[in-house]
Design a protein around this ligand. Structure first.
Ligand code: DX5
Ligand code: ZN
Length: 224
């Protein structure tokens, strides 16, 4: 199982996003972009015009996490713009199958995100339609929150579900991932780790990515 680290620019300096992305471009696998609309979550960040501009300069593939209402309407445009991965929330999507297929149709990886209180089992039938399942390990909306251990059993069940289907779907965790928590998320079966504050508030963001990766790789082996 390959471990992937996706630093979240939510904790970066928004006045220098291109430089902040470049700071991790040698060590990160993906760059995680949190799109928030102040409706689905109580926070407002950035949207398609900023993503389009970043896509022109950022060398790492972009992982767009849409925390917005009506993702059915907006998600395909992020894929069309060139995002490598586009994730929509199960709680917000009204036609998830169609939307996930449109994302894939535009050549991007399709992701489905579940909030901490959303049951995995309600969405098990959608698993063949996704390239990545994102399990939120905080309530979405803000960086710097504490990792919710109550999600660990769901990570384990998701890993089993994915393994039963052949194992090729990525399992992402997002929220509170740091050197204190990355190991238990990896042991439970996550393989893609979003990290905002633990990367961008570190003195050396590129080195923080590397040490999270080393910890996750070690824990993933012992979790088997
Ligand atoms: C929260 C966002 C996260 C956020 C994580 O709703 O989806 O991607 O940036 O931040 P940390 O890693 O600080 O919890
Ligand atoms: Zn996110």
């Amino acid at each position: 199982m390959a471990i992937r680290i996706s630093p979240s620019i939510l904790s970066a300096d928004f006045a220098h996003l291109a430089d902040e992305a470049a700071a991790v471009s040698d060590t990160a696998d993906w760059l995680h972009v949190d799109v928030m609309d102040n409706h689905f979550v109580p926070n407002l960040t950035l949207g398609l015009p900023v993503v389009e501009s970043l896509l022109k300069t950022v060398t790492v593939p972009m992982d767009c996490h849409l925390m917005i209402e009506d993702p059915d309407r907006w998600a395909p445009a992020y894929a069309e713009a060139g995002a490598g991965s586009v994730t929509v929330h199960a709680e917000a999507a009204r036609s998830p199958v169609r939307t996930l297929r449109e994302i894939r149709g535009q050549g991007a990886r399709a992701g489905l995100a579940l909030n901490p209180g959303t049951a995995l089992e309600s969405y098990a039938d959608l698993v063949p339609e996704v390239d990545m399942l994102l399990l939120m390990t905080v309530e979405p909306g803000f960086g710097g929150q504490r990792f919710l251990d109550i999600v660990l059993p769901k990570i384990r069940r998701a890993r089993e579900l994915i393994a039963a289907g052949g194992g090729s779907i990525w399992l992402q965790v997002d929220g509170g991932i740091s050197e204190e928590t990355v190991e238990r998320a990896a042991e439970a079966g996550a393989d893609v780790f979003v990290a905002g504050s633990s990367v961008y508030k570190a003195e050396d963001p590129a080195a923080a990515v590397q040490s999270l990766r080393a910890q996750a790789e070690k824990a993933a082996v012992s979790g088997k």
